[in-house]
Design a protein around this ligand. Sequence first.
Ligand SMILES: *[C@@H]1O[C@H](CO)[C@@H](O)[C@H](O)[C@H]1NC(C)=O
Length: 225
Amino acid sequence: MHLSSLVAFFAAPLLAASSPVTPSSEIEPRQVYGVTSKYCSTASGNVPSLCFLQYYTSATAPTYRIALPSDATNNAAYDTILQIISPVAQTWVGFAWGGGMTNNPLTVAWPNGNSGQVGRTTPGLYSGATLRTLSTARNSTHWTVEVVCTGCSRWNSQQNGGRLETQSGSASTFAWAISRTAVPQPSNPSGSFPVHNNQGMFSNALDFGKNARATFTQYVQNKRS
Ligand SMILES: *[C@@H]1O[C@H](CO)[C@@H](O)[C@H](O)[C@H]1NC(C)=O
């Protein structure tokens, strides 16, 4: 993985205003081994319970959750849902759907003021994916962003193409990167960046995150409204 290029391409959308270079101290060991599990949300009103493949490393790192329709196949694109639950100390969180930092859809999220956050799939590296925000939240300890992505299940690039693996028991590989440091030179995609970030990868079958198509659709429709 090339974190520097990840950060470079994230820089422009991340920050609207320039900020000074402020190297941070190391957050955690470079590779943190996490735990995958099945997480199901609590139904609320007309928003049904949805189940996610959850990846948790520690209380100081973001938790990632992925959901998809159970009838998804490797042969056709489908929408996916991503939740990022991040400690407030993290200033941005990147999530790579293809397990690498180039040539696959990258989703980035960061706190936005006191009330909400936004997520985006980076331009430049990959433009075939679109994100719609389903929910955002923030309290004294965490910020949360939840997006539905169209185009994150399959991707093509000049170098290679890829997809998530829907077959039961077959692993998909994801990558993540986090920072507590504001990105310097946000208007310069090829500028230098502090490397005191943390990054890692995880692989797991998507089975924990599979939901009946009708449930998945109902969740997306009603959570947005
Ligand atoms: C803040 O939000 C996080 C993420 O949803 C949650 O786990 C935590 O319990 C919340 N803390 C408080 C004090 O509400």
